[in-house]
Design a protein around this ligand. Structure first.
Ligand SMILES: NC(=O)C1=CN([C@@H]2O[C@H](COP(=O)(O)OP(=O)(O)OC[C@H]3O[C@@H](n4cnc5c(N)ncnc54)[C@H](OP(=O)(O)O)[C@@H]3O)[C@@H](O)[C@H]2O)C=CC1
Ligand SMILES: Nc1c(N[C@@H]2O[C@H](COP(=O)(O)O)[C@@H](O)[C@H]2O)[nH]c(=O)[nH]c1=O
Length: 592
């Protein structure tokens, strides 16, 4: 089922009152909810794999007194930031949030912040897309006496639909994640007015203007990964970095069946960001080893088709992919149904050439009636160029519910549900996501001087420990940077990059102590948070597996071949805690 935003609500369904309890007009409500969506977008690229959240607090006298947006996974929720900014003026105010807060770590920080601050009404742009979180915060707020209006449910009109669309668009990759098994993919290309993406010689630098290419850097900065095909690597030697100043840097992915790739290429320079080469099983093993020696990750597939590759990256937690390939791979990706949106930069130039490549290769269509029509097409002039964008597939409709894994099995028995005795966890918004090292639960553990300090997450502590005890001022600098990293992702990036680029800064005993470091951090986390402790104990009898398809040490790996050390440590802790609690209850019995 797809959403149609052209639908105009019938007059009987227009339920909005002109003036609501807090004297906010309907139009004001919609403008503030759009504002919440707009500010939530400020951290595009950084929040991933979390959704973008924005919150605006408005007093009954219609004054904006607080705003906040989630900077990255594990940082302060938007609602907390907005409430902190508004202070006392929250009493009796309305909070506008683009998406229902997701209580994904066993606490209710966002909801409590609003309730405790004295907010009396919340307007919510859309329910949380993930089924296990959907409706929880709305119920909690209502049960605390707040009036909660959800766009499209408690408020309906054509204008409401527009505002709801703004909320959907700002989190489209996340909405896709909830509704399908592949990440949200955008195909971007630059072509001449006569429809060529390069001259007949293959030369393509440049078709679009500098202004357009700067726009591409922004698009890259909003994506989790950029994909090109082997031919584009051979022909263009691209860098594929986001060079718009300090933004998020997506990883680079190369799809190559033959692995006939150059030994020297900009993509093998990992100083800014990593590269993953995806290939056919058994292709040029010696070259695979060569790439691995440079730090490039190689992933093999039995058959290299875009859908399997996208499902794999979906499992790795990627939400959005930008395809910057040539027409050959673009055609294959469109045919596989994995491209959702197109960005075409059209430059007012003519290059001609019978054999000059075009943006999309063979799709097997023979009649114009078969052409794919874009939806919601936009035209934007950028310098001398025209940017035409539109959707190839409708935005998925998440109402009324997204089928759960079990429901999906009931609908389609070929979809195998997870075995009940195994609990998989990976991303922090998973049902058991609080088990992840990236979950936002600060711990108190010693620093390099042995003083107990607060570490924002287990990941911060783990990454910093790689460099503890090394007598080099750069190692200490690195620890400080990791300690103040804004999010666990940032801490992980810093730790891994330094380990790769400056291995001499890593403590010599790291390989032998890392499991113990993790164990101590986990023990602290699951000791100081009672709700996490209960969550862990509630899994007794189940095997815990970190479902990371690429981490073969801490995770379970793609085919279950990983060592799953994180799952093992959690099970070890669980049995220790269970032992303690049964010993405690035995003692109680004796005392009685
Ligand atoms: N103007 C623009 O926006 C752009 C222009 N270009 C230009 O396009 C030209 C290259 O175009 P093109 O040859 O189409 O390059 P592609 O980027 O589409 O690369 C094609 C290659 O992708 C690999 N591949 C892996 N899996 C598949 C699959 N399932 N289906 C198809 N290909 C797969 C193969 O690599 P392998 O052979 O290694 O096995 C194949 O040869 C260059 O001249 C470049 O400058 C490229 C990108 C953007
Ligand atoms: N020629 C062309 C594009 N080409 C795309 O950009 C890649 C080069 O990126 P980088 O090395 O990071 O600058 C190249 O491999 C291809 O994917 N893009 C555009 O916006 N406009 C253009 O005219």
């Amino acid at each position: 089922m797809a959403l149609s935003f052209a639908v105009v609500a019938s007059s009987s369904s227009i339920m909005c009152k002109a003036i609501n309890a807090n004297n906010h007009s309907h139009l004001q409500d919609l403008s503030y909810i759009k504002r919440a969506a707009l500010i939530s977008d400020k951290s595009a690229g950084f929040t991933s794999p979390h959704p973008n959240f924005g919150c605006v607090i408005v007093t009954p006298s219609v004054e904006v007194v607080g705003e906040g947006y989630l900077y990255a996974q594990g940082t302060k929720p938007a609602e907390v930031l907005a409430v902190e900014a508004a202070g006392e003026r929250c009493r009796g105010a309305t909070a506008y949030v683009n998406m229902e807060p997701g209580d994904c770590h066993g606490d209710d920080t966002a909801v409590s912040a609003l309730v405790q601050a004295g907010i009396t009404r919340a307007v919510i742009g859309m329910r949380h897309p993930l089924q296990h979180l959907r409706g929880n915060a709305i119920r909690a707020l209502r049960s605390q006496g707040l009036q909660v209006d959800v766009l499209g449910e408690d408020m309906q009109s054509k204008l409401v639909e527009e505002a709801r669309k703004a909320c959907l668009l700002v989190n489209l990759p996340f909405v896709h994640r909830a509704a399908s098994r592949v990440p949200f993919s955008v195909l971007k290309y630059a072509m001449t007015l006569d429809g060529k993406i390069a001259a007949s010689s293959g030369h393509a630098a440049w078709i679009s203007s500098k202004l357009s290419r700067n726009r591409v850097f922004e698009l890259r900065g909003r994506s989790d990964a950029i994909i090109v095909g082997g031919n584009t690597v051979r022909r263009d030697n691209p860098r594929l970095t986001a060079r718009h100043g300090g933004g998020h840097m997506p990883i680079r992915i190369v799809l190559s069946q033959s692995l006939d790739l150059p030994e020297e290429a900009n993509l093998w320079d990992l100083s800014d960001v990593s590269t993953v080469v995806v290939t056919q099983r058994g292709a040029r093993r010696s070259f695979q080893r060569y790439l691995a020696s440079k730090g490039v990750e190689v992933v093999e597939f039995d058959i290299l088709n875009p859908r399997d590759v996208m499902e794999y990256f979906h499992d790795r937690g990627y939400l959005s992919i930008l395809w910057e390939c040539g027409g050959t791979l673009a055609a294959s990706a469109i045919s596989s149904g994995v491209i959702h949106k197109v960005f075409a930069f059209v430059a007012p130039k003519i290059i001609g050439g019978k054999n000059a490549p075009s943006p999309v290769g063979e799709l097997g269509m023979v009649e114009m009636s078969q052409a794919l029509d874009l939806i919601d097409v936009c035209f934007e002039q950028i310098g001398p160029d025209m940017l035409i964008s539109g959707f190839l597939q409708p935005i998925p409709d998440l109402t009324p519910t997204i089928p759960s894994e079990d429901e999906t099995f009931a609908i389609d028995p070929t979809v195998a549900p997870f075995e009940t005795s195994i609990i998989f966890f990976y991303k922090t918004w998973d049902l058991y996501g609080a088990f992840s090292n990236f979950s936002p639960h600060p711990i108190q553990m010693p620093d390099e001087d042995g003083n107990y300090v607060t570490w924002i997450s287990v990941e911060h502590y783990y990454q910093a420990n790689k460099f503890i005890g090394v007598s080099n001022p750069l190692a200490r600098e690195c620890i400080d940077k990791i300690k103040s990293a804004k999010s666990p992702e940032e801490a992980a990036r810093m730790g891994r990059l330094t380990q790769r680029q400056q291995p001499h800064l890593v403590r010599s005993d790291w390989e032998s102590v890392k499991i113990d470091v993790m164990y101590r951090a986990l023990k602290c986390k699951f000791s100081i948070y009672p709700h996490l402790n209960s969550m862990l104990l509630s899994t007794a009898g189940s095997v815990l597996v970190e479902a990371s398809p690429h981490d073969l040490f801490w995770g379970g790996g793609r085919d279950g071949g990983g060592l799953n050390y994180l799952g093992r440590l959690l099970m070890k802790l669980r049995s220790e805690f269970l032992g303690e609690s049964s010993a405690a209850s035995e003692n109680t019995c004796i005392a009685l």
